[in-house]
Design a protein around this ligand. Structure first.
Ligand SMILES: Nc1ncnc2c1ncn2[C@@H]1O[C@H](COP(=O)(O)OP(=O)(O)OP(=O)(O)O)[C@@H](O)[C@H]1O
Ligand SMILES: [Mg+2]
Length: 337
């Protein structure tokens, strides 16, 4: 059996769309997540990165069992999450907690912090009121807040403090995996750095795993041990963050990292930009989904969809350029063909 905490195998989520959203009134479906597989180890952070609409939040919803997958499996400690019922499902909900982008929206404005953070303990444990309060104080201190903050309401805090409260709530009942969907994206840069440092410290102390979702590549790569780059519902590159960020192999990853780097004065090189619009997830391009925007596209790319293949022991990439042998020959840009 794998030592992974969470295993995702061939995960798909297709949303049916109403006729009026499509030309010609035909039926269709949005392939929000289309055959995605990855694992998260114990105490590991796996980052998911990609442009808006590529399917990151959909994966979060499937992992959190907010929605069922169209196909594929999610295994938590080897158990198929879709089959969990009763006590086993409650245990899963206790073990897997979420922190979203907007803590103000996800923290009930009418409840005091004590009740927001304590709710998960009231649902999942048989602690007395006093024990819950004691644990709330403890977990508030763990996230750098003070016990007396338990008496206050969410609006009495800054954005960074509210996100600390959301993290405290997620950790109160000893969660094993936190799903952090754009959890620091809305914060100011300096506050964001503090919350990231807190997340790193908490992981070292508690051994908790993170599924860290974001579109700011630098932040995702910094916080994650391994990273998966998504494009239109699929992973196009998966590997160690340090390797993916210093030597990206997929043209899309290369473009994402190039556009994330500040241009140095006097630097004559043109950054490789991701050109064009993201195609619609309703009408996907033939062959490689990235080929209409790829500067290296070859004939094969519009005809055959590449699959994720290992390029080293720790890296998988879905790109015809990476396939060994003769295919590396037509590296001309699409426009030159
Ligand atoms: N309930 C739904 N019904 C129909 N389509 C949906 C639904 N939820 C998501 N989608 C579509 O699925 C695709 C993936 O959406 P998702 O929210 O997962 O993207 P994302 O990567 O989280 O984007 P962002 O960075 O903007 O948060 C998008 O095309 C979106 O419009
Ligand atoms: Mg999202």
């Amino acid at each position: 059996m794998s030592d992974a905490l969470l295993q995702i195998e061939g995960l798909q989520k297709y949303y049916p769309v109403r006729k009026e959203r499509l030309f010609g009134g035909s039926r269709g479906q949005v392939r929000a997540v289309d055959d995605v597989s990855f694992e998260i180890g114990r105490g590991e952070t796996f980052g998911l990165v990609g442009e808006s609409g590529c399917g990151k939040t959909t994966i979060a919803k499937l992992v959190l069992r907010i929605e069922p997958p169209t196909a594929g499996r999610i295994l938590f400690e080897g158990l198929d999450v879709a089959t969990l019922r009763g006590k086993a499902l409650l245990a899963y909900r206790r073990n897997v907690q979420a922190v979203f982008q907007d803590p103000y929206g996800s923290l009930s404005p009418r409840l005091r912090v004590r009740d927001i953070v304590g709710e998960v303990l009231e649902i999942h444990t048989s602690m007395t009121r006093q024990q819950v309060t004691t644990r709330v104080h403890e977990v508030l201190e763990l996230v750098g807040m003070r016990p007396e903050h338990a008496r206050l309401f969410p609006h009495e805090f800054s954005g960074g403090q509210r996100q600390r409260i959301a993290i405290a709530r997620a950790l109160a009942a000893d969660a094993r995996l936190l799903v952090l969907d754009e959890a620091v994206s809305a914060l100011d840069v300096s506050i964001r750095a503090q919350v990231i440092t807190l997340l790193e410290e908490l992981q070292r102390e508690l051994g908790v795993s993170y599924l860290y979702i974001g579109h700011d590549l630098a932040t995702v790569a910094h916080l994650s041990h391994r990273v998966g780059v998504m494009y239109l519902g699929r992973l196009c590159e998966v590997g160690e963050s340090i390797e993916v960020s210093t030597a990206p192999q997929h043209p899309y990853t290369q473009a994402l990292f190039a556009s994330a780097l500040p241009t140095k004065p006097g630097d004559q090189r043109e950054p490789l930009a991701v050109v064009g619009e993201v195609p619609s997830a309703l009408q996907l391009p033939t062959g490689c989904r990235f080929h209409p925007r790829c500067p290296h596209a070859m004939d094969r790319c519009s005809a055959v969809e590449p699959v994720l293949q290992p390029t080293s022991t720790s890296r998988r990439v879905s790109c015809h350029l990476m396939t060994a042998g003769s295919e590396v020959v037509g590296r001309e840009p699409a426009a030159a063909r």
